[in-house]
Design a protein around this ligand. Structure first.
Ligand code: G6P
Length: 614
């Protein structure tokens, strides 16, 4: 969380930085700020509470000249989200300015030490402590900025991606990372710096991903210079970006979330491209093929994830246990990492993360790796931290997901995990050839079937208006569609601020049924599958208490539709693939309710897309 961006070169830095901040706003939008060294050598900092647009309004009549600058969009951790706590932060002398993404865990000890040397603090942030420490080190050890950053970071416990400007040397930016992402774009005599490649893509496709505990010196018209915090030189590894600019734009949709919901027929085709081969009747996942024995000998699979990715993990548990007959445990990464879990050398740990940067998931797999487990990751962002520390994995290839509420990443994760379950099951012989071939053929039809669900968007948007009064929602599903109930409820909470709970349908009678009245909308996911009759009984229980039922059913259904107040249909498919269809109307329902309520769909309050703090 928090987005950082920097520029040094021959262009005006301010427009590059502002545009970059807009691209990174998904990482947090509590406040924004920019620091620039102008041609007269002054170091100016402007910051504002709220979104980047507030910063632009604030800086409109200020001096924004300069060919070097850094900027930040914040998701508050230390200190409330006000202007004082916004980044960049000056050092005591106002000679240095810093931006930071991460958390300095030992900041209070460092602060005490600096206070004894006469340093005072304007903000409540851990970041200001770090810039004071760098300044103190620079002066007391009589070293240059890079050395001061190296020495200071040796004293820091925590996570950081930082960039520092020095008024006395306007030809450089010094940046470093540990735990939080940082990428450098290489132009002609100029450098771009950002939390991810989205602010860089329109200027250059040559990038270097900075590694943990590496410090990078960006000097105008000089070669890129990377060292470790222990001052060991590193050779930069230049990579070509595959990202395109059109992937970062709304392309006529009112919100990124709606665009991303509509992209799903294409993104799922992309996720399966080169992997699902219907003619040859097989699935080729290189991450599985290269590590086949590791999967086949696994006595257990542990899945670690957070948020929506955790819901994809739950669906995978159903699929892996059904097809591969390997016991699966699905863990919240944040709990797993701290509860002294029992990990065996023959365990396979699957990390699921859209961003590939979620701090808890990263820490969970590092722990599992130390204890000898094999780490396989399912990620969307190529080159992110989680795939880099994994032994193997599978990218979902859905392109950048910008709406904070995850949609296309979720369906791609479920697709990737289903492919993996089929690969293991087929290789182990725990599923029949007939089932394997049938599901492969059906996977191939899913993009077209999602298209059919999307055709009901208008109807969903119409009845969504009826539910803006609601304070609460219940979502019910069973089997493969129980995690879909959780995901539907999460989508609604995230973007419309309506309290919603997902439940396994049969559990309703153990508590939530007490909440049901004619005020309570109950979304029931009831496609034709093994537990269909049971879910029908659950719907009758809801109707008997006058609850208002919104049902997601198969196209041929008549029983549930006759009981429900509103019905959305999905095409028939294999039971294990139903989540890929049933989740679509729930994404649309949450979207339309949020729009009618006037909520900020793409940037819901208090949330951030990439959670790089624990
Ligand atoms: C945040 C996002 C969610 C996401 C979760 C896990 O909470 O708002 O949409 O599901 O992080 O993120 P990851 O990148 O690891 O999938």
């Amino acid at each position: 969380m928090c987005g950082i961006v920097g520029y040094i070169g021959h262009r005006n830095a301010y427009p590059v930085l502002i545009k970059g901040l807009h691209r990174l706003e998904y990482r947090g939008y509590d406040s924004a700020g920019v620091a620039l060294i102008n041609p007269a050598g002054q170091l100016n900092i402007y910051k504002a509470k709220g979104k980047v647009a507030e910063l632009e309004a604030f800086a409109a009549d200020k001096d924004t000249t300069g060919y070097v600058g850094i900027a930040h969009t914040r998701w508050a951790t230390h200190g409330e989200p006000n202007q004082v706590n916004a980044h960049p932060h000056y050092s005591e002398s106002e000679e240095l300015a810093i931006i930071h993404n991460g958390i300095i865990e030992n900041y209070s000890v460092l602060k005490q030490g600096l206070s004894q040397h006469g340093y005072t603090f304007r903000s409540d942030t851990d970041t200001e402590v770090l810039v004071q420490l760098i300044e103190y080190t620079k002066r007391s050890a009589q070293v240059d900025l890079r050395q001061a950053v190296q020495l200071a970071l040796n004293q820091v416990v925590g996570a950081y991606a930082i960039a520092v400007l020095d008024k006395s040397n306007p030809d450089i930016i010094v940046a470093a990372r540990k735990g939080s992402p940082l990428v450098v774009g290489i132009g002609e005599g100029e450098y771009f710096l950002a939390s991810d490649a989205t602010p860089i893509v329109e200027y250059t496709d040559r990038v270097v991903y900075i590694g943990d505990e590496e410090v990078v010196l960006l000097e105008r018209d000089h070669e890129l210079d990377i060292t470790t915090i222990g001052n060991v030189h590193k050779t930069p590894e230049i990579k070509r970006l595959e990202l395109t600019l059109s992937q970062l734009e709304k392309c006529g949709y009112p919100h990124f979330m709606l665009k991303e919901i509509y992209e799903q027929p294409r993104t799922l085709t992309d996720s399966m491209r080169g992997r699902v081969n219907v003619e040859l009747s097989h699935i080729a996942l290189s991450g599985f093929i290269d590590n086949r024995e590791r999967f086949l000998s696994a006595s257990r699979i542990i899945i670690c994830a957070c948020g929506t990715s955790w819901h994809a993990g739950l669906i995978a548990m159903y699929a892996i246990e059904e097809f591969a007959r390997i016991p699966v445990e699905v863990e919240y990464s944040s709990e797993f990492r701290y509860r002294k879990p029992v990990i065996h050398k023959d365990d396979v740990v699957i990390a699921i993360s859209q961003s590939g940067e979620t701090a808890d998931t990263l820490a969970a797999i590092q722990l599992a790796k130390q204890q000898g487990a094999f780490i396989f990751s399912i990620c969307n962002v190529v080159g992110a931290s989680i795939p880099r520390v994994s032994d193997s994995g599978c990218y979902t290839h859905v392109g950048p997901e910008i709406g904070v509420a995850s949609t296309k990443a979720f369906t791609a994760q479920v697709t990737a995990l289903t492919m993996l379950a089929l690969c293991i099951g087929h290789a182990k012989g725990t599923m029949t050839d007939e089932a394997y071939l049938r599901i492969i053929a059906e996977l191939n039809r899913i993009p077209e079937k999602i298209g059919r669900v999307l055709e009901q968007d208008h109807a969903i948007s119409e009845f969504a208006k009826t539910f803006t009064y609601a304070q609460n929602f219940i979502y019910l599903g069973r089997g493969y569609n129980y995690p879909v109930a959780l995901e539907g409820a999460l989508k609604l909470k995230e973007i419309s601020y309506i309290h919603a709970e997902g439940y396994p349908a049969a559990e309703m009678k153990h508590g939530p049924i007490a909440l049901i009245s004619q005020e309570m909308p109950v979304v029931v996911i009831a496609p034709r599958c093994g537990t269909y009759d049971k879910v029908v009984s659950n719907i009758q229980e809801v109707k008997a208490r006058k609850g208002r039922v919104i049902a997601v059913v198969s196209e041929s259904d008549t029983r549930v539709s006759s009981m429900a107040d509103y019905t959305i249909t999905v095409p028939e498919t294999e039971e294990c693939l139903t989540p890929l269809l049933t989740v679509i109307p729930l994404q649309l329902l949450a979207y339309h309710i949020a729009v009618v309520k006037g909520c900020d769909v793409d940037q819901p309050r208090n949330l951030a897309k990439s959670v790089t703090v624990e």
